[in-house]
Design a protein around this ligand. Sequence first.
Ligand SMILES: NC(=O)c1ccc[n+]([C@@H]2O[C@H](COP(=O)([O-])OP(=O)(O)OC[C@H]3O[C@@H](n4cnc5c(N)ncnc54)[C@H](OP(=O)(O)O)[C@@H]3O)[C@@H](O)[C@H]2O)c1
Length: 248
Amino acid sequence: MRIGVIGAGRMGGILARHLAKRGHHVSIANSRGPDSVTALAAEISATPVSVVDAAKAGEIVIIAIPTKAVADLPRALFANVPSNVVVIDIGNYHPELRDGRIDAIDRGMLDSQWVAQQIGRPVIKAFNNILAKSLLEKGVPRGTKGRIALSVVGDSLDAKAAVLRLVDDLGFDPVDGGDLDDSWRQQPGTPAYCQDLEAAALRRALAEADRSRIAEYRRKGATRRATGGAATTSTTRFVAGRSEDAHL
Ligand SMILES: NC(=O)c1ccc[n+]([C@@H]2O[C@H](COP(=O)([O-])OP(=O)(O)OC[C@H]3O[C@@H](n4cnc5c(N)ncnc54)[C@H](OP(=O)(O)O)[C@@H]3O)[C@@H](O)[C@H]2O)c1
């Protein structure tokens, strides 16, 4: 498939790398223009492009940037992108760690609903609840014992099916997590967030989440990371062959 990736950091770089390795035609962009992503693109056999061209480059477009940066994307980025192009939001709102306050989310809008509103089109939420290191290292062929499962949510059945196939292609068991309105079940700090669960356990974790605790989950996740608790996981940043530790 043709796949555009907006964001060339930890997650965007790893997704682009794995997708290109599986034979997809990947175009990748960051905030600083194609020249700044040329080395990474060459290394992983992708095409360096601008953000505008990445949005136009795929049957699937993956948004892999900090949530706060979604508001900085070019206006009407997707205005002329055909409606059957699938847009994936992999983002997580981390107010304390990175994003500052986004009032609409603090008032109850779900992370990906806010992203969809900002970009003016529906999104599928996926890949937000796996750490970069696991995404990089833990994909395995279908049927492998202990294969990690990833949940995918969204309102279009066709778009969701395409992303479920992509999850499988990348080495993870795909789990349909419901509509975008269910996406809170895999937001930061929930039982289904970045736990590397197998499919049955992931379904249970999604089911046991409690909507009244969204803010508490988010705080809990941030506190664990800040204090080096169980949820703190060192991830590895891969940029043009270099690697450096970084936190989610
Ligand atoms: N890291 C993880 O383990 C992990 C796991 C699951 C989900 N996520 C989510 O994935 C998203 C990306 O995280 P990350 O860890 O990959 O971040 P990262 O390593 O900091 O990379 C962020 C990328 O976004 C790009 N970017 C920022 N603003 C942009 C803009 N306005 N237009 C185009 N590109 C822009 C940056 O480009 P420049 O360098 O040019 O600014 C950079 O390539 C976040 O929402 C995060 O919550 C992360």
